[in-house]
Design a binder for this molecule. Structure first.
Ligand SMILES: *Cc1c(COP(=O)(O)O)cnc(C)c1O
Length: 367
């Protein structure tokens, strides 16, 4: 079965093999060397001066950023489940918040954020997804961050890049915390969260907040290539392995192939009558709004050997989402759009003529 959900993504064979070693003790020079290597690669990937790795799913990193980077009031952007989650975290931590809500296909407006910041000077941190995975939507994070810093240079911009880091090059000029997770673009098993941090973020963290998610304790330890608590050693070994795999051709080639694949998939789906759901599609996934999303997904699974994701909450049964993150063999993506066209024919909606696959290949191989 081809795993084409936008997280978890498949773990490449070489990465799985790299993790099949006997357990290393985390307090050894041997592991510190592995940690150092992973840390240096992450700093480069984030293009930021500091970073931490946490043994948790992505949500743990989101929570640690809320706890450590917001002291007075949070502005959260809700265009879907993950943006909503930042707001729920603030509520659970008793941190005052203002939330801007949008339909799941609609990106945050720079003007709305500006108006909100000008009205409420208590807001000291903005929490936003780069890609809101609920609807496969790309927020204009860089623009929002730039505008917000022009109003208040001390404001913290926390960008959830769990479905963006490793998908596209992210301009971190005005970003203070950039969150990544292992099970999405980095093609690792779940359980490792990573945060890139600006110098301003490190200053604001100061002595840190919380115990397990205290970013100050982690920064202090991780600068010495160790962790405050037991490190997820196996996942960090895997992280080095996926870096090595991606570095064979380089991140620029991965980014370029991701753009091509996402573009080819989107146009192939449109060519057989589908509607791309978000107004500003992210590169990490192709998201389609369709009343037959569930029957299509079922046919893909039972007949064509492909697992794609559906929609959540009010969009359950109305969306399907196809992964574009990671090192995806192009023939797999070409098969996915072809399988979808076959499923349409099974449902009696459209006669199969190979259009999806044709359009996909023409676009992917156009040069
Ligand atoms: C997957 C995902 C997360 C993290 O979810 P976890 O299940 O905690 O790993 C956070 N934000 C976005 C945008 C995601 O896609």
């Amino acid at each position: 079965m081809l795993l084409f959900t936008p997280g978890p993504t498949p773990v490449p064979e070489v990465v799985r093999q790299s993790m099949a070693t006997s357990t290393l003790h985390h307090r050894t020079p041997e592991f510190e060397l592995i940690f150092k290597e992973a840390r240096e690669r992450l700093l480069k990937l984030f293009d930021m001066p500091q970073c931490v790795m946490l043994a948790s799913s992505g949500t743990g990193a989101m929570q640690s950023c809320v706890l450590n980077l917001c002291k007075t009031k949070a502005l959260t952007i809700n265009s879907g489940k993950f943006g909503e989650r930042f707001g729920k975290i603030a509520d659970a931590m008793n941190i005052p918040k203002v939330e801007l809500s949008y339909d799941w296909d609609t990106p945050a407006s720079v003007q709305d954020v500006k108006d909100t910041l000008e009205k409420d000077s208590d807001i000291d941190a903005i929490f936003i997804q780069i890609c809101e995975s609920a609807g496969g939507l790309r927020h204009p994070v860089e623009e929002i961050a730039k505008m917000a810093k022009s109003i208040n240079p001390d404001i913290m911009i926390v960008a959830d890049g769990i479905t963006a880091v490793g998908v596209e090059r992210i301009d971190t000029t005005n970003i203070d915390a950039l969150i990544a997770g292992s099970q999405k673009a980095l093609m690792l098993p779940p359980g490792l969260a990573m945060i890139g941090l600006s110098n301003d973020a490190v200053l604001k963290i100061d002595k840190g907040a919380d115990y397990y998610f205290n970013l100050s304790s982690e920064i202090k330890k991780q600068k010495q290539n160790t962790t405050a608590y037991t490190a997820p050693t196996t996942l960090i070994i895997g992280l080095n392995a996926i870096f090595s795999e991606i570095e064979k051709d380089g991140f620029d080639v991965l980014y370029k192939n991701t753009i091509l694949r996402a573009d080819a998939t989107g146009k192939a789906l449109e060519s057989i009558g589908f509607k791309i759901y978000p107004k500003t599609p992210a590169l990490s996934m192709s998201t389609v709004f369709d009343d037959d999303a569930e029957p299509i997904r079922k046919l893909l699974k039972s007949k064509y050997g492909v697992n794609i994701a559906g929609g959540q909450d009010h969009l359950k049964g109305k969306l399907f989402r196809i992964n574009q993150m990671g090192l995806i063999p192009v023939y797999e993506s070409a098969w996915v759009v072809n399988a979808i066209e076959l499923a349409l024919s099974d449902l009696g909606r459209r006669e199969y003529d190979g259009s999806a696959s044709k359009v996909f290949n023409e676009i992917y191989y156009k040069d």
